[in-house]
Design a protein around this ligand. Structure first.
Ligand code: PEP
Ligand code: MG
Length: 540
């Protein structure tokens, strides 16, 4: 059995189809007529654009508009004057042909993306390779760049070193029962698309392409992230049964979309969703979520060259709030630092970034950044049920300082005659053990708590949440973690406040019954976990 990263849930039993990497052979030739060569390049870029627009349309029709957005970034690269300019400059200076010049620049861009610390940016290297390959194929006059998936038989399991987003968009759901890759992470665009297509996928398998050959039978377990090569008949029977049960359960969940989450003894539980981008709010509504329990605003700040302005932030917060039509929208202030970096806010290298200068610690020092966000949030608060939440609070003083700066912003807005909700709720995340231990004190000042178990677990057990070597310690069911959670919920209730949870634990089917017993009022989770969580609540 081979273990990788579970990227898309589900089971498949099928025959391996190895995707040939068809390395394109490029030769360097010296050229005299640079202008003619530039024309060749531009024609191929135009052709590539037409092809991508077609794939984008197909993806929009078959999967959805949001999933087609990846191709927007492909088009942006094709239209990027800096990128095309770099290829032309390389061509002019070195007097080389378009294909060699393009290959050089693609390799340079890929290196830059791959060397970034941010996982999301790292995975963008695949997009550059994808677009680059397409232009090269067009320069070379290959009929049309489509992965050769049309000849597939049904029940094929695609095995590749890496799948590009356009590869994934071309997969025929009727024939492809799963895909496996050597590279990639849970957040690569192909993994995201696989989840939307409902195709099971295991990525990051390291060497799966060398372990299997065409025609091998494999079992894919997209839930555990496991692959079994040439399994026995008994194992096949077990997994056929697993697959049947999984599909049956999945179908049954749809009946919960319109239902409220109520326990057997009649207690109504709030089930909300976590988002990183405003567009994701739609998925919460589609899955019957009752609002947004965590909007990780740092994603608005990432993936760009400059700080988003107050106006830009205001528009994003307003749009999300309006879309949720009065349902709660809890917006967390900037939680940058740790593994999330901003190119335009250089920070000193730290030996322990997760214990370092991050989140509220930065905001309290960089009041200019913090106030810009708080003003935008306050202005958006008149459009619905917007609440503000501070991350990574370790001491009461930090929370009070945050509130003080918020009040400064309120005063400014009053003077400017700008409207905001005077009664806006302000809460905090409890994700540092010191805050959990002192929850009784905090509860007098906050409007609500939201427990961030992703961090709380790592700080309680001193086990880095990203280090697989210590993952055996990173356990939400550890009694120390449960004890802290209980303390926080009790402290909130004793002081007449409510307590939610927005860490991954809130969507964990095994943890939900315990959290219900502990009296947790609100559960916020990734949108795709909502229906299963509703079902678990009905059963408890
Ligand atoms: C958490 O720590 O539980 C949390 C929700 O925040 P993040 O995962 O963004 O650190
Ligand atoms: Mg956190």
């Amino acid at each position: 059995m081979k273990k990788g990263i579970a990227a898309s849930k589900g089971y498949a039993i099928g025959k391996v189809v190895l995707k040939n990497e068809d390395e394109i052979c490029i030769t360097e030739t010296k050229i005299e007529n640079i202008e003619a060569e530039k024309k060749r390049l531009r024609r191929s870029v135009e052709l590539s654009k037409e092809q991508i627009l077609k794939i984008k349309q197909k993806t929009e029709d078959q999967i959805g508009k949001d999933k087609a957005e990846v191709f927007e970034s492909h088009i942006m690269l094709l239209e990027d004057p800096e990128f095309i300019g770099a290829v032309e400059e390389n061509m002019t200076i070195n007097k080389i042909n378009a294909e060699k010049s393009l290959k050089d620049i693609i390799e340079r861009y890929v290196l830059i993306f791959e060397s970034m610390n941010d996982e999301y940016m790292k995975e963008r290297a695949a997009d550059v390779k994808d677009v680059g390959k397409r232009i090269l194929m067009n320069i070379l006059g290959y009929a049309s760049y489509q992965p050769n998936f049309e000849v597939l038989e049904s029940n094929s399991v695609i095995v590749a070193s890496e799948l590009t987003p356009s590869d994934t968009a071309c997969l025929d759901k009727e024939k492809v029962s799963a895909f496996l890759t050597d590279l990639g992470g849970r957040n690569s665009h192909s993994a995201i698309m696989a989840r939307s297509l409902g195709i099971p996928a295991v990525v990051g398998l390291e060497d799966i392409t060398s372990l299997v050959k065409d025609g091998d039978l494999v079992i894919v377990d997209g839930i555990k992230g496991e692959v079994i090569i040439n399994p026995s008949d008994e194992l096949i029977k077990v997994y056929e049964e697993n697959k049947r049960n999984y599909l049956y359960d999945l179908k049954k969940l749809n009946k919960f979309i319109k239902k409220e989450a109520v326990t057997k003894d009649g207690i109504k539980i709030e089930i909300l969703g976590n988002i990183g981008k405003p567009e994701e709010a739609e998925i919460i509504l589609k899955n019957g979520g009752m609002g947004i329990g965590l909007f990780r605003t740092e994603f608005l700040y990432m993936d760009r060259d400059e700080m988003p302005s107050e106006e830009e932030q205001f528009e994003s917060y307003r749009d999300v709030t309006v879309n949720m039509k009065g349902k709660p929208v809890i917006i967390r202030t900037l939680d940058i630092g740790g593994d999330k970096k901003l190119t335009y806010l250089p920070m000193i290298e730290e030996s322990n970034p997760f214990l370092g200068y991050r989140a509220i610690r930065i905001c309290l020092e960089r009041k200019d950044i913090f106030k810009m966000q708080l003003r935008a949030l306050l202005r958006a608060s008149v459009f619905g049920n917007l609440k503000i939440m501070f991350p990574m609070i370790a001491t009461l003083d930090e929370f009070l300082q945050g509130k003080y700066i918020l009040e400064e912003c309120m005063n400014e807005l009053r003077l400017e005659g700008k409207a905001f909700n005077e009664k806006i709720e302000v809460g905090m995340m409890v994700e540092i053990p010191s805050a959990a231990l002192m929850a009784d004190e905090f509860a007098k000042y906050v409007d609500f708590f939201s427990i961030g178990t992703n961090d709380l677990i790592q700080y309680t057990l001193a086990a880095d949440r990203m280090n697989s070597k210590v993952s055996y310690l990173y356990d939400c069911m550890n009694p120390a973690v449960l004890k802290l959670i209980e303390m926080v919920i009790n402290a909130a209730h004793k002081n007449g406040k409510w307590c939610g949870m927005c860490g991954e634990m809130a969507g964990n089917e095994e943890a939900i019954p315990i959290l219900l017993k502990l009296g947790l009022d609100e559960f916020s989770m990734s949108p795709t976990a909502i229906l299963k969580a509703k079902q678990t609540i009905f059963d408890n």
